[in-house]
Design a protein around this ligand. Structure first.
Ligand SMILES: NC(=O)C1=CN([C@@H]2O[C@H](COP(=O)(O)OP(=O)(O)OC[C@H]3O[C@@H](n4cnc5c(N)ncnc54)[C@H](OP(=O)(O)O)[C@@H]3O)[C@@H](O)[C@H]2O)C=CC1
Ligand SMILES: CC(=O)N[C@@H](CCC(=O)OP(=O)(O)O)C(=O)O
Length: 314
């Protein structure tokens, strides 16, 4: 039976992507679209790709919890999720909850859903924390090598400005970003902590936002305990991902404009130093998709026992 999905924060950048991708999903349908600022307006008026007859509604957590949805997706800024989670726990605890913010990424009682790396624990999970966008790009690139690493791994990330959401700021202001780059949070970004915790290795992450809309390029600088050959590190990458339907490997460094609008990521451009103790690898993904909405759908597919890529690949 079709699963009904309720979206809170449905008019935001990620919420709108989820509305679009739910349209193409054969087993899920949008059942509730919550937004305070556009309540009353038809979903299809704001999101033209949508054929939904729903209107956005402004509802309190208790009403949302009792709306009969099979899953609720929280697509709000950080520090807003707890009231919704508490209402679900109290009123409809069997509902699947997927949170896109950072609020539960460090909570061991929630499943951290980066399917390519964590799907062995996905079965039966009802509380799912979706990884950060940069954090997904870093982990996909670094994870295959984590037992080889010594010292810190440096990751330099460049994001399109949709990563900064819709609340106006310098970081999503196309005028201020024109012919410009804005480095920020060069030490202590939350995704630095997220990836260090998930991979059990020290990550030094330096983000920058650029003047285009969507997509992340992550360049990762790895230091190895023992010298490696290019063939060995390439084999690790290929063992990790050659059977992954949403990950494409490339010999050359992947370009972000080739992944924009696509549900998966690309990893490539693997180069190694002459002494074999340093390698650089590049990953790209669409922050709104593999960094958020399509990764959320992978996780929801697994939560409902569907093939993981249902609705994501032709
Ligand atoms: N943008 C990205 O690339 C990525 C974002 N994320 C995470 O996903 C979440 C959503 O991001 P994004 O779509 O960019 O954000 P947006 O700013 O584009 O949208 C946020 C949405 O949440 C609603 N909202 C804001 N505050 C509240 C509140 N207190 N109560 C209820 N609803 C609220 C908004 O307003 P309204 O009620 O008016 O509709 C809006 O619909 C964030 O946690 C973000 O960190 C994760 C990975 C990538
Ligand atoms: C360009 C830009 O500002 N990007 C956002 C990434 C948002 C995101 O994915 O983060 P959470 O889900 O962890 O909040 C940032 O650096 O905060």
């Amino acid at each position: 039976m079709t699963k009904r999905i309720g979206l809170i924060g449905a008019r935001g950048h990620v919420g709108a992507e989820l509305v679009r991708w739910l349209e193409k999903h054969p087993e899920f349908e949008l059942g509730l679209a919550v937004s305070r600022s556009v309540a009353g307006q038809p979903v299809c008026a704001l999101i033209p790709e949508s054929r939904s007859h729903l209107r956005f509604v402004d509802q309190k957590p208790e009403a949302i919890a009792q709306s009969g949805m099979d899953a609720l997706v929280l697509a709000m800024p950080n520090n807003e999720a707890t009231a919704y989670v508490a209402a679900v726990e109290a009123l409809a605890p069997d509902t699947v909850v997927l949170d896109l913010s950072a609020d539960y990424r460090f909570d061991a009682s929630w499943y951290y859903g980066l399917p390519e790396l964590t799907r062995s624990h996905a079965s039966g999970q009802r509380r799912i924390s979706n990884p950060g966008c940069y954090a997904t790009a870093m982990q996909l690139a670094v994870a295959p090598f984590k037992d080889l690493l010594v010292g810190a791994t440096q990751c330099f990330g460049v994001s399109g400005y949709s990563g900064a959401g819709t609340t106006p700021s310098d970081r999503n202001n196309p005028e201020k970003l024109r012919d410009n780059l804005m480095p920020y949070s060069s030490i202590g970004h939350i995704h630095e902590r997220e990836v260090s915790a998930q991979l059990g290795t020290t990550i030094e992450f330096m983000p920058t936002v650029a003047g285009y809309f969507r997509g992340i390029t992550m360049t990762c600088n790895l230091h190895f305990r023992e010298p490696q050959t290019l063939a060995d590190v390439q084999a690790r990458l290929s063992n990790a991902y050659s059977n992954e339907p949403l990950i494409e490997l490339s010999d050359t460094a992947p370009w972000v404009n080739r992944i924009a609008g696509k549900p998966g990521g690309m990893i490539g451009g693997l180069t190694i130093s002459k002494d074999g103790q340093r390698a650089v690898i590049v990953s790209v993904l669409d922050n709104l998709l593999k960094g958020a909405a399509t990764q959320a759908l992978q996780n929801l597919n697994l939560a409902f026992g569907l093939p993981e890529t249902t609705g994501l690949v032709a």
